[in-house]
Design a protein around this ligand. Structure first.
Ligand code: 5GP
Ligand code: MG
Length: 178
């Protein structure tokens, strides 16, 4: 089995890039089927979702726009519960169909912050897509419209997700070894 070593931690391959690419294509199709001729504004939550956002956009068969928000709620492998907005939005969201793109939803704290922020804007509709979702630890009531993979409460890296800054460039997803 493929493995990775990032600083002091060992990781084992968990989801191969082929499966990730298929899931991303499926999500792009699901979004297009729902939104039809609407032109979505995809908002990627940095840093983790930069690859997911790029891949969703390339798979999206229709006109679409992109923007990014930067927030952070994680230090190393445990959630601090603190979320800071670091980079704001410049777009006019009036009457826009906005799709939040998250790499991973864990407790849901980050998503709730982004959602509340965007809900204050005069958007037409607000949707949420995430590549990974951990239902066991999710603590919010928010509806998640599109989910790539529901996974157990593992700490994962790769495909944009990091351990203390490293591992984002791994094409496959790896989970922390036991
Ligand atoms: P939440 O606010 O939902 O608890 O956490 C969301 C954020 O924490 C994600 O956007 C991501 O940055 C980070 N995070 C949560 N789970 C993981 C994980 O398994 N691996 C990595 N690398 N980051 C995670
Ligand atoms: Mg994130």
């Amino acid at each position: 089995m493929k493995s990775a070593k990032l600083y002091d931690k060992s990781f084992d391959c968990f989801i191969e890039s082929k499966k990730i690419n298929l899931a991303v294509k499926r999500l792009a199709k699901e979004i297009k089927t729902d939104l039809q001729e609407e032109i979505p504004l995809f908002i990627g939550i940095l840093n983790g979702s930069f690859i997911f956002t790029a891949d969703i956009m390339r798979s999206y068969e229709g006109n679409c726009e992109i923007s990014f928000l930067k927030l952070a709620s994680y230090e190393k492998t445990s959630s601090t519960g603190i979320v800071n907005q670091l980079i704001g939005l410049n777009e006019d969201l009036t009457n826009r169909t906005v799709v939040i793109l998250e790499d991973i939803i864990d407790t849901g704290t980050t998503l709730q912050t982004v959602y509340d922020l965007l809900k204050k804007e005069p958007v037409k509709q607000l949707k949420v897509a995430t590549l990974f979702f951990k239902p066991e630890v999710f603590r919010k009531e928010l509806h998640i419209d599109y989910v790539g993979f529901s996974i157990p409460d593992h700490f994962i890296v790769g495909y944009g997700l990091d351990y203390d800054g490293l591992g984002r460039n791994l094409p496959d997803i790896y989970k922390l070894s036991n």
